[in-house]
Design a protein around this ligand. Sequence first.
Ligand code: ME8
Length: 511
Amino acid sequence: MSKFYITTPLYYVNDKPHIGHAYTCVVADTLARYRKLKGDDVFFLTGTDEHGEKIEAEANKRNVKPQELADGMVVHFKNLWQSLSISYDDFIRTTEERHIKVVQKFFQNLVSFGDIYKGKYSGWYCVPCESFWTKTQLKDDKCPECNREVHKLEEEGYFFKLSKYGDVLLQYYNEHPDFINPSSRRSEVINFVKEGLKDLCITRSKLSWGIPVAEEPGLSIYVWFDALLNYISAAGYLDDEKRFKYLWPADVHFVGKDILKFHAVIWPSLLLAAGLSLPRKVFAHGWWMAEGRKMSKSLGNVMDTDVLVKKYGADALRYFLLREISPGLDGNFSISAMEKRFNADLANDLGNLLNRTISMVEQYFQGVVPDSNQPREMDDQVVEDAVKILQRVNELMEKLDFSLALEAIWQFINRANKYIEDAQPWRLKKENSPALNTVLWTLMESLRIVAILIFPFMPCKAAEMYSQIGMDDKIEEKRLSDLKWGLMKPGISVRKGNPLFPRIEFYNHKE
Ligand code: ME8
């Protein structure tokens, strides 16, 4: 069994989570569940980023202490993750002692290695992005990343020798073409590093809401330096070396494209400075947009996740997020697109296949799954297609293409629907043909395989489906070997339940 360590970004606690945050967690959770299916020992980490000027300003605005703001927001994040079945193994908060002590020690270590030095910073700062910019980097005097106001900073502080790592990074990207995904983003990062890296200011003097530099209480550690270290503090760095050795390096850091540079440039440089190995992959997904702009809390154009979960169900939302956009590209969040997918893919294609098959087993075999006998060519073709689909899904999941993996599974679902039309079980029943047994067994076996395959994407609905087809074991314990064709046991009884995805009426909305 090999370990597989997956992370999401640590989300800021200045506001409640929205669809964008849900997307990253759903993607990470789907991979975590898929790797478990493959037999890996998965460690899946998420959490919250609680320090910095942005949080301090929001707390002041709300007239509460930053810690109170964080404590309240964490509940919203945890509740949403629970309702979306996000199966994280650890939830780290940057205000926890286990993290703070690692950040302070890491800082001191880099001072003693000579990679952190004292200097004077003069430049501009964007609070929403928590980023430093030079005058020339600004666009029309605004933040080049989010186009918002920046403010001038001039202060004594500490710098990290980022400039030292440009060549090493370029060599690393070159030798590890899979490190930055997708490849379009890889070239962006390479061009950025080729332009030359500047040393990074890693302290703030007027900020009270941050981890203090040990022995210099007037200075707090820059929030990004603090937050990035969560990936090692949660893995036991400087605390449980055995565990850390087992878990590190991370196998995939999932991030949005907005924070790729932090993860593909600054983070590896910090690790190199500390003599630690680099993560295997940083995957930067695109943005969910609304009305042509990135959905964001500060822009106020976000979808309320609670409303969506309540109306469509958590698994349907997961399905839509995973199916609608290829992980590298941006996507437009639209209710009408979601409703179309719900009715077409979930209610019609999958829901009907399950419903029709179970109804026929009830009607023709009193609910007991028949045995297959002398399969004909048309029955054997379903088996061949099932084997092909499994291979294809595996290849696509290795590439982290969740959308195409779902499309492949749906090709098989529709293949099975077509098989019903071709085989015409109602005619075989009339003719008293023994082929009826084979057709229904083949359909039940196809449903068993589909349920296990969709489990990583839609865990609750997959479990419901698995139970309806009469299976008694735990779907979450299934492994790739359970996807071998032929394991459906004749003689078990189906349990017809409520429709998995009752059709929804279209919202009356303008879009
Ligand atoms: O950046 N579409 O936190 P954050 C897709 N604390 N994904 C989106 C999105 C959108 N419209 N909006 C947000 C931070 N995300 C730092 C991270 S990590 C050590 C520190 C997702 O609350 C996406 O994953 O601003 C993005 O990278 C992350 O939320 C940013 O969350």
